[in-house]
Design a protein around this ligand. Structure first.
Ligand code: C5P
Length: 257
């Protein structure tokens, strides 16, 4: 799909990333086909990649999609370097690593990606982990402080983006350069069920908090009409962006600032 960038900014179809969380290749491709020409990015996670392998990436690329492969790598630097190069060779444009793998692992990922058109995204603290979980693994910091620490570490080493939850995105955006991508999952339409996500927000809130890409799974993939839902999200993104750029007051009712 040809992508459109308006006035140097991303088009809503580029901002939206659809999480194809399916157990097999064929189910994932059915939904992907219905989104050809509507979205640019498909996110392939551990379940789909483990069951389908590089074939699913090839199939999605043939349909014209760019691929975000969400492997959340955490290994010794040599293994991460090999996995990043393999992700580039199968045709991914973005891949995730865990920032908690430390500076040498992050450096290995960034170096491995450098000769490819592949961006490294760092995940910080999994959103499923609260303060007690961090304490249990020997980290006494508050979760948000740990998120910020890891985001700063990863960006100082040269990752292209940070993945974080909507309730962390404003704080993370304040700490990192505007040129670094902020990728935010946990997006729901207003009045939609939360599923198993505990930290969710609307697309409007995510854009206001500085998100570049919004990852949406079930609200689109489990809807009877995924294309219609994807378009609805894009309308909401476009409206939020318009309000943002017109200088309307963040967090208030829309009115000229
Ligand atoms: O279906 P739903 O919209 O909840 O999908 C969210 C997607 O975002 C899933 O693929 C999940 O792996 C991913 N994700 C997340 N929370 C994070 C990081 C990634 O939900 N902190």
């Amino acid at each position: 799909m040809e992508t459109v960038t308006v006035g140097g900014r991303m088009h809503p179809s580029e901002r939206l990333m659809v999480a194809l969380d399916y157990p097999d290749h064929d189910s994932a491709l059915i939904v992907a086909r219905s989104l050809v020409g509507v979205c640019k990015w498909m996110k392939v996670g551990l379940e789909l990649y483990t069951s389908s392998g590089p074939r699913i990436i090839e199939g999605l690329r043939e349909l014209g999609f760019s691929i975000f492969i969400d492997l959340k790598l955490l290994e010794i630097p040599n293994s991460v370097s090999g996995a990043v190069q393999a992700a580039a060779r199968v045709g991914a444009s973005m891949v995730t690593i865990h920032a908690s793998g430390g500076p040498r692992m992050i450096e290995a990922a960034v170096s491995a990606a450098a000769s490819y058109k592949l961006q490294i995204l760092a995940v910080t603290v999994p959103t499923s982990m609260g303060k007690e979980d961090l304490t249990a693994v020997g980290i006494s910091r508050e979760p948000l402080d740990q998120v910020i620490l890891l985001a700063k570490l990863a960006t100082s080493i040269g990752v292209g983006g940070i993945v974080c939850s909507p309730n962390e995105s404003a704080a993370v955006r304040n700490e990192i350069l505007d040129s670094i991508l902020l990728v935010v999952p946990g997006i729901r339409p207003k009045l939609y069920q939360a599923d198993d996500q505990t930290r969710i927000s609307t697309a409007t809130e995510a854009i206001r908090s500085g998100a570049d890409h919004l990852v949406v799974g079930r609200p689109i993939t489990r809807h009877s009409n995924p294309k219609q839902m994807a378009l609805q999200f894009q309308i909401e993104i476009a409206q939020a962006e318009a309000m943002h750029h017109m200088g309307w007051i963040v967090g208030s009712d829309p009115k000229p600032g």
